[in-house]
Design a protein around this ligand. Structure first.
Ligand SMILES: NC(=O)c1ccc[n+]([C@@H]2O[C@H](COP(=O)([O-])OP(=O)(O)OC[C@H]3O[C@@H](n4cnc5c(N)ncnc54)[C@H](OP(=O)(O)O)[C@@H]3O)[C@@H](O)[C@H]2O)c1
Length: 328
């Protein structure tokens, strides 16, 4: 693949791994970043940078025509915001603008991959025997999930867009900053939970996700959405158990009442000022959801996606990276 790809959100956690995978696939990479974006960690890659005005379809169209992209991977998005409006503006309206510009522009576009989220479909109940599939009814439990669903609905209305939607479950790996808080807490000897309910959780290692995106670019498939995880279901303690083994640490397991954690989230939102803290009231709805187990049968069949990392293997690599880079 010796063609040009635009990767939005390139400065973020997933973006870094998308850039790496695209460079390794022989693509000519344009990383879309903001003037304020931290890009030092991308310096080692032989890539170009560009800035996009996501609020203007005309400006986006001009940019796309100038660069003549064959592929667009849209990973820019916000996972924390104070208001539904903010989520919708960035995650849904900006996505629609980029897609509209992509179909209006005279460019040789072969694929537009949108990084949505399993949160767009939302969780199911613990008792549910079957996992979440692409056919499951969408019942997002957060404004974040709703904004991703809205983005998908907007995209579905745009004719002639060579679209593939990927809906990753919780993504972990080197450079990730939110689940990292849990690793850091465990390394300090604490293993906290919200409430005592049972959970079925799913995860995907970021390099498996990046590989799936490359497979989506190469594939002839369009107009399809895929849920993506490592294909397994884990109980709520699996992440901590693997982490403790890998770090060779003991940690005190304890369960905080939901009401208390909600209070803590409210306080941290108050003290965070204009920023949204990692522990916010919205996030709690996703953290306590009973069942995020999802089927990957469709992506396995269509894109020949085979996850290489289960939690044990992926976390071992991840924790090694955090240690080597002095995060832990
Ligand atoms: N991490 C997960 O578990 C997970 C799971 C499912 C789906 N996803 C999706 O994957 C994508 C990447 O997530 P991530 O975990 O890599 O998050 P991240 O590290 O926070 O990266 C987000 C990226 O989006 C950019 N961005 C945010 N707001 C923007 C705006 N208003 N205009 C332009 N760019 C903006 C950021 O730029 P700056 O660097 O300048 O802030 C950054 O490059 C998101 O769409 C997210 O919804 C993530």
């Amino acid at each position: 693949m010796n063609e040009r790809v635009l990767i939005t959100g390139a400065s973020g956690f997933v973006g870094y791994h998308l850039v790496e995978a695209a460079v390794n696939a022989g693509l000519e990479v344009y990383a879309a970043v903001r003037p304020s974006s931290e890009v030092d960690h991308l310096k080692a890659f032989p890539i170009q940078y560009t800035q996009l005005d996501f609020s203007s379809v005309a400006a986006l169209q001009q940019e796309l025509e100038e660069k003549q992209y064959a592929y667009i991977v849209h990973a820019a998005g916000i996972t924390k915001a104070k208001e539904a409006q903010e989520y919708n503006r960035v995650n849904a309206e900006y996505t629609r603008n980029l897609a509209l510009a992509a179909v209006q522009a005279a460019i040789p576009l072969k694929k537009f991959v949108f990084i949505s989220s399993l949160a767009a479909l939302g969780p199911i109940s613990y008792q549910e025997k079957s996992p979440i599939t692409e056919e499951s009814n969408a019942r997002p439990v957060t404004n974040y999930g709703k904004s991703k669903l809205l983005a998908e609905q907007y995209l579905a209305e745009i004719r002639n867009l060579p679209l593939v939607v990927l809906r990753p479950t919780a993504v972990y790996g080197p450079r990730e900053k939110d689940i990292f808080i849990l690793f850091s807490t465990i390394s300090k000897g604490l293993d906290p939970y919200i409430g005592k309910g049972k959970q079925r959780l799913s995860f995907v290692y970021v390099k498996d996700l990046a590989k799936a995106v490359m497979q989506a670019l190469e594939s002839g498939v369009t107009g399809t959405s895929y849920n993506i995880s490592d294909g397994r279901s884990y109980d709520r303690y699996a992440l901590a158990d693997v982490t403790k083994r890998a770090l060779r640490k003991r940690a005190l397991r304890f369960h905080l009442p939901l009401g208390l954690v909600k209070g803590m989230a409210t306080l941290s939102e108050l003290f965070a000022g204009s920023k949204t803290p990692t522990l916010n009231r919205e996030k709690i709805s996703e953290l306590i959801a009973e069942n995020w187990n999802c089927s990957i049968a469709r992506i396995q069949q269509d894109l020949h996606y085979t996850p290489e990392y289960d939690l044990e293997k992926g976390l071992t690599h991840t924790l090694q990276w955090y240690k080597a880079n002095k995060w832990l």
